[in-house]
Structures are given as structure tokens and as C-alpha cells.
Unconditional design. Structure first.
Length: 133
């Protein structure tokens, strides 16, 4: 489940860089996400927060620590967390895997992308379960 593979599946060349997916994020981080970001020189305590039993991306002024509101871009896009790479496929309690309809481009996800996204999301959730057990 390498980054380039996931990026190739969910690359939205028509992304409008609205930043909605980076606002008030609740993104849970895997150990591999934290390790990758700290190798870039970021300090864990600067970009993470422990909330509801999980290490999550920290919000600064209502947006992800890595989101640059001036440019509308992610400062670590090539190295972003796996959950961000899978987005807009998300897990909703009581519903299961679905496409986040808050993403303005959610309607562009093909059936094949959705199937793969669900598989990747299940793998992600399985890793989370093991890491946070």
C-alpha cells in the first residue's frame, strides 16, 4: 500500500484546492505516518494531538497543521498520512465505507476507485486496530 500506488488511484487532477478536507480534521495517524513526517524534520508534538484514544493531526486556526491557507495546498502532500491519501473515501459509524459528500469532487469517484478505496480503507482500519489495541 505504498504512497504512489494510492496517489495514482485517487489523484484528482481537477482538484479545486478548496481545503475543505483539511478543515477541522479528525484524521487519525498511523505510526508509519508519524515516522514519515518526523523524518522530514517535523516534531511529533507540533503536528499531533491525542484525542479520544488516538493520535490525530493537530488543527491550527481550524485547519490541519500542514495546510497552507494562503496557497490552498498541503505542505507535505507527497508525504501526507495514509488516511488523507484515501480521502474522499471515509468510514462513517453506522454506515460503513462511503464517499464524503462534503468534497466538491466526490461525484467524480468512479465505481472502480470506490471499490479500491474501500479495500484500502479496510486495510487502514485494520492497521489502526492493531496499533491502538
Amino acid at each position: 500500500m505504498g504512497g504512489s500506488y494510492v496517489d495514482a488511484i485517487f489523484r484528482r487532477k481537477e482538484c479545486i484546492y478548496c481545503g475543505l478536507c483539511c478543515q477541522n480534521t479528525e484524521m487519525v495517524l498511523l505510526k508509519e505516518d508519524i515516522e514519515r513526517l518526523t523524518r522530514l524534520g517535523f516534531r511529533k508534538e507540533d503536528f499531533t494531538v491525542f484525542k479520544d484514544g488516538y493520535i490525530r493531526l493537530k488543527n491550527i486556526d481550524g485547519h490541519c497543521f500542514f495546510y497552507d491557507p494562503k496557497t490552498g495546498l498541503c505542505k507535505v502532500y507527497k508525504h501526507r498520512p495514509l488516511g488523507c491519501r484515501i480521502y474522499p473515501v471515509i468510514w462513517v459509524e453506522g454506515v460503513g465505507a462511503t464517499v464524503d459528500d462534503e468534497c466538491p469532487l466526490s461525484h467524480t469517484i468512479t465505481h472502480e476507485e470506490l471499490k479500491l478505496g474501500i479495500k484500502l480503507l479496510k486495510d487502514f482500519l485494520s492497521k489502526l486496530k492493531r496499533e491502538y489495541a
